[in-house]
Design a binder for this molecule. Sequence first.
Ligand code: GLC
Length: 446
Amino acid sequence: MSAKTPRVRTLMEEFTLNNSQLAEVSRRFLNEINRGLCAQTHDNADVKCFPTYVQDLPTGEEVGKYLALDLGGTNFRVLLVTLKAHHEVDMESKIFAIPKEIMTGPGVQLFDHIAECLYTFMKEQNLVDEHLHLGFTFSFPCQQLGLTKGILVRWTKGFNCAGVENEDVVLLLKDALKRRQVDISVVAILNDTTGTLMSCAHRNKHCKIGVIIGTGCNACYLERVENVDLYDGPSDKSHVIINTEFGAFGESGMLDFVRSEYDRFVDQASMNPGRQIYEKMISGMYMGEIVRLALLKAIDKKLIFTDSGRKPQRLQIVGSFETKFVSDIESDPNGDFTNCRAILAGLGIRNATDDDCSDVRYICECVSKRAAHLVACGLAMLINKIDEPFVTVGVDGTVYRLHPKFKGYMFEKMRQLVKPGIEFDLMLSEDGSGRGAALVAATVAV
Ligand code: GLC
């Protein structure tokens, strides 16, 4: 990885975090996790560590037919999941759009839309007359008060529907289903990280952590109940899944020593300034924007596109440099700039030189590599905390799936940060949000 222009290298220097900085991030992170778990410090902790009420990992022998809703990632989906024992699963699903005005409109409208989509799917699948159980993957910070009670603490990832924060989202969903006369039982609400952990644990008994690196970034893990002050479940269970909501790490300034001016800008321009600081340095909702701001800075300092005369106009538009572009540019073989040139052309930059392209690629690499290293800090911290000889991490999310190097960057750094004597691996989750919702539903359905 190299930039053609030494001054571009200098510009991007602050994105390279050395191991002592990363170890310090991990140390602060662990402290925050412990503060989230502890009753006295929970309210002021950045990382809330919500107990989920999911305590039994699947055996692989679950059976039954379940509906699932998946809200909070790139797409909204309705799924029909058939668990067939022997670790086998069949799935039918349909993606529905959530228009921008619904994402930021009244909550009632959002839940009516969800009920309508569910009804459409049930009709298409001839399920209207079956009374099925449904698992609701709702990927936002919720304080769970039971398997079917989740209070939305706050919206993240560009959603902002009025009247939902501080309310029980299961109740809001049930009310909407009643209005649409859809006869199904909502038997569980879960986070997408929980779904990912469950779906990987269905196949692999070493899986103890679920992580999403997609539109947002978050992880859950299996914790011993004696470490969870807020645990109020049955006394015969030894473990509970904790939804860490670790995307919020940094809200009280603990990441300021590694944040750049671009991170601060992205945060200030977002719908939730001051919130989700760690997530904003990593996830797909923000990565392209960080690159865009760094590119603008390089243009401003006359380090790149110096031949093109005038400033590229499209690049001035917020969101014009999509996170997908970062993956595509880094997918070009070394020295080949086919994707890079096509993307730049789409942004109205037509006469980029090879050196410009190398520099654009270098800027992308610095941003995506830093993101992968920061995720590695969080995961290494959790693996070290679990402290078992072998841990599998279930992973999902568009950034992880689409970026050609992310997994490699992340794994390599985790290796350096995980304690000697502990082995780990990363397992791609097969449709965790749907499969996981069905698996949680299966543990409670009678
Ligand atoms: C955001 C949400 C969290 C979710 C993550 C990944 O961080 O707050 O609940 O798990 O995005 O989708």
